[in-house]
Design a protein around this ligand. Structure first.
Ligand SMILES: CC(=O)SCCNC(=O)CCNC(=O)[C@H](O)C(C)(C)COP(=O)(O)OP(=O)(O)OC[C@H]1O[C@@H](n2cnc3c(N)ncnc32)[C@H](O)[C@@H]1OP(=O)(O)O
Ligand SMILES: O=C(O)CCC(=O)C(=O)O
Length: 380
């Protein structure tokens, strides 16, 4: 992956994210999330499912009325009625979804591969006739027969589709398999852009999204905080930072807003973001261990991949069970108490035993108490 590789982010927090069992966004929350993502420069927002009913359609219309820069796209079954419902919302881009694995074709929709091909032609023909941008969503593509997928993509291409969405619906692939599958499709039907939509059932969603890009995909489906069905989707913040730091690809998104949008979606979904969550967790720039704190104080690059401000976070040096001298000097400096290295060394045992007793880091009041106790014992 070179610097020239152009990658687009299609965020589906408002569709797959809201499909998380038990999650409901209010129309106002949807608007706030969409505004945030748009202001950050996210390229496309999958914003809902018009076929669900009038309330959903109203919230989609409200998003259309915002006049965002991001392209708004809706999820649709391969049914003319679904697409009509999208058009009625003022939507100009649709994802037309079909189950494409034999297991789902036979045991979920109870149809045949031929039916899938025909249904695709019908729905796609209708959508293109209405001038829509169309992404064809291949549900369960990762378990589908590769030759059938190529046939389907050719049908999609020949009937005017703009993109094919390769879904690892159950999150079963490893990055090597993802790379191989996407590379094969990309080589067989180079005229059709590929999007990868990866789920996190094995904790591989972000890795698989990157592998898809290496295989030739140009769109990545993400959600804020990795929200989504079951174990969720590839997290927006992880994908963007991994592309930037590990692959040298800048997708042009303002990453400084990641923490803010993460908190917003965490609140709106009622799914608290773990403190150690990659990229946006509250504590991912907190350093306690003696050697780590020392290294960071000398040069943050020793233990930080990028500055915390780049994702809207701040750095913390924490006094606790694993602290060393330099970290303790810094913790006291931060609360306005200068201590020498010798003093810090003496305080270290007290810091450790306090941390052990309270089973956590020391707050400023704990540090002050220890400092006072030490001064009193020295004076006595
Ligand atoms: C992998 C994904 O995330 S795909 C996105 C899924 N998202 C959602 O399901 C959220 C919103 N869903 C809904 O509001 C409803 O499920 C609707 C409106 C889509 C459909 O509702 P209903 O018609 O009441 O059916 P229900 O929810 O029980 O879905 C099952 C039906 O959908 C059919 N179906 C499933 N996938 C598709 C598809 N891609 N295209 C057409 N039909 C499909 C099934 O075969 C089944 O049909 P049957 O009842 O004739 O056997
Ligand atoms: O069919 C699509 O476009 C998306 C379906 C989906 O969300 C999935 O397969 O996980």
């Amino acid at each position: 992956m070179g610097e020239q590789t152009r990658v687009f982010i299609g965020d589906t927090t408002l569709r797959d994210g809201e499909q998380t069992a038990g999650v409901v966004f209010s129309a106002r929350e949807k608007i706030a999330i969409a505004r945030h993502l748009d202001a950050m420069g996210v390229h496309e927002l999958e914003c809902g499912i018009p076929a669900m009913g009038e309330e959903e359609r109203e919230s989609i219309r409200a998003l259309v009325d915002l006049g965002l820069s991001a392209r708004l796209i809706t999820w649709n079954r391969a049914l003319v009625t679904d697409i009509e419902a999208s058009i009625a919302c003022g939507i100009e881009a649709v994802d037309i979804s079909l189950s494409v694995s034999d297991i789902m074709i036979e045991h979920k929709i109870n149809k045949s591969r031929e039916w899938v091909q025909e249904q695709l032609k019908r729905a796609l023909g209708f959508a293109k006739g209405k001038g829509l941008y169309v992404c064809v969503g291949g549900e369960d593509a990762s378990r589908a027969d590769g030759d059938f997928l190529i046939e389907l993509m050719r049908t999609a291409r020949d009937n005017g589709a703009d993109r094919f969405r390769f879904c690892d619906t159950l999150g079963i692939l490893d990055p090597f398999a993802m790379y191989e599958k996407v590379a094969r499709l990309s080589a067989a039907v180079p005229e059709l852009e590929i999007e990868v939509h990866t789920h996190n059932d094995l904790g591989l969603a972000t890795a698989n999204a990157l592998a898809g890009v290496r295989g030739g995909a140009r769109y990545i489906s993400t959600t804020v905080n990795g929200l989504g069905e079951r174990a969720g989707n590839a997290a927006l913040e992880e994908v963007v930072m991994a592309l930037k730091v590990a692959c040298g690809i800048d997708v042009g998104i303002d990453t400084r807003r990641f923490r803010a949008v993460s908190k917003l979606v965490g609140r709106a979904s009622n799914r608290e973001v773990p403190a150690w969550k990659a990229v946006v967790g509250e504590k991912v720039f907190s350093h306690e261990s003696g050697l780590h704190a020392d290294g960071v104080l000398k040069d943050p690059r020793n233990y930080e991949l990028f500055p915390p401000e780049e994702v809207g976070l701040t750095r913390h040096i924490v006094a606790g069970k694993h602290s060393g001298t330099n970290g303790i000097v810094e913790s006291y400096r931060q609360i306005g108490i200068p201590v020498s290295r010798d003093e810090a060394q003496e305080l270290m045992a007290l810091v450790r035993s306090t941390a052990q007793r309270i089973k956590g880091p020391l707050a400023p009041k704990d540090l002050i108490k220890l400092h006072q106790a030490r001064s009193v014992s020295l004076a006595a």
